[in-house]
Design a protein around this ligand. Structure first.
Ligand code: SF4
Length: 378
């Protein structure tokens, strides 16, 4: 397994150099499957007195080394929770399915650098408990429609070659008429999605950015061409697609960059397959600037002017956000299918009005708009 933007293969799982296993998971069937796929990657069972997770040195340098160490353990808490949106901004009522933490890719702006309390990658092998929780939630709330994503604390497909989880989830969701699963990624690791009876209940989604941001600020991710080629494959297998322009980053030549990405997107992917497209300008916890600044001293985009938003995160000034959203929206509108829901992530009614000329409430609310975008196409 190799991983870079030049050689046409981009499997971030190949970056892992050591797998650690919690002692009570070593005989779990999912652990055994992962270790069988891991080939020559060394494996160590951790224990209180014997092997512990390695000391990777000082934070935040340890974040870099931590991306090579995968811990297989059990999730002893809840797998399934509402996305932690904030009440000050319009949120899409998304549910997070926590499959593991952290990611072998390395985006300069990644919020996880400031959010997680250890540097390692982790994957939860007790998949049976995860599916049990989902079944319970669907059964107890028969009238509710759920939009579920696994890409909140990790990338949905970054470890999929090792874990095979996407096949399990897609097949589980296939018959669930009251829910849709979104697999959100910056990889082109879609091989496991081929040949499945997905029943239209899985949306495969990519984060996109201007070519220069992809090349400079998103380390070990698939190139733009690789992402779009993978999306086209998924469309040919009948999947619905989604794209997220998030974070939109102000940089020299941003208009040309985002316009080029949008053109390439619609030149590669059938527009009818696209359920939704989101836009969200860069926002970050104050701690992130310091951490990313130490890890990536050559990155410049944190040096723009920011204000503190109502959620305590730094954001661009409103005028710049509106200018960028309006520009991208005009580009998207030229090509997008009218049934695709184009929306803003974590913005308020005034910004919606300025960008789109309406607010979500005018159309029944953002969750309703998204539910219709996916269910109206069956
Ligand atoms: S791909 Fe996503 S989760 Fe992984 S480093 Fe980039 S932003 Fe973070």
């Amino acid at each position: 397994m190799k991983s870079n933007k030049q050689n046409g293969i981009s499997d971030p799982a190949s970056y892992i150099s050591m797998i650690h296993v919690e002692p009570d998971c070593i005989d779990h069937p999912v652990t055994r499957e992962i270790l069988a796929r891991a080939g020559n990657i060394p494996v160590e069972v951790i224990s209180e007195d014997n092997h512990r997770m390695p000391d990777l040195g000082f934070y935040p340098k340890s974040l870099t080394a931590g991306k090579r160490h995968l811990l297989l353990g059990k999730n002893r808490g809840r797998f399934f929770k509402p996305c932690p949106g904030t009440k000050e901004y319009i949120c899409c009522d998304y549910q997070v399915l926590n499959i593991g933490m952290n990611c072998p890719m390395d985006c300069v702006y990644c919020i996880l650098q400031a959010y997680l309390n250890n540097p390692y990658l982790s994957f939860f092998v007790n998949v049976e408990d995860m599916l049990g929780e989902l079944t319970e939630a669907f059964t107890q709330n028969p009238d509710r429609f759920w939009r579920i994503g696994t890409g909140e604390f990790t990338d949905s497909l970054a470890l999929d070659q090792l874990t095979g989880l996407s096949r399990v989830l897609v097949q589980f969701m296939q018959s669930k008429k009251s829910a849709v699963l979104e697999l959100k990624t910056k990889t082109d690791v879609v091989g496991n999605l081929e040949g499945l009876d997905h029943g239209g209940r899985t949306v495969v989604a990519w984060s996109l950015n201007s070519p220069v941001i992809v090349a400079r600020e998103e380390l070990r991710t698939a190139s733009l061409d690789q992402r779009l080629a993978a999306a086209a494959k998924c469309a040919s297998w009948g999947y619905k697609l989604a794209f997220h322009f998030d974070p939109i980053i102000y940089h020299s030549g941003w208009q040309d960059g985002y316009a080029e990405t949008i053109e390439r997107l619609f030149a590669t992917v059938p527009k009818e397959n696209i359920a939704w497209i989101s836009m969200g300008c860069l926002r970050y916890l104050p701690a992130l600037k310091k951490i990313a600044g130490q890890r990536f001293p050559n990155s410049r985009f944190f040096h723009e002017e920011f204000i503190e938003g109502l959620d305590g995160k730094a954001r661009y000034f409103r005028t710049l956000r509106v200018e960028m959203y309006q520009f991208l929206y005009q580009q998207l509108k030229q090509f997008a299918d009218p049934a695709t829901c184009i929306y803003l992530c974590m913005e308020n009614n005034e910004i919606w009005q300025e960008v789109f000329g309406f607010t979500p409430d005018d159309r029944g609310g953002l969750p309703v708009m998204l539910d219709e975008a996916v269910n109206g196409r069956e």
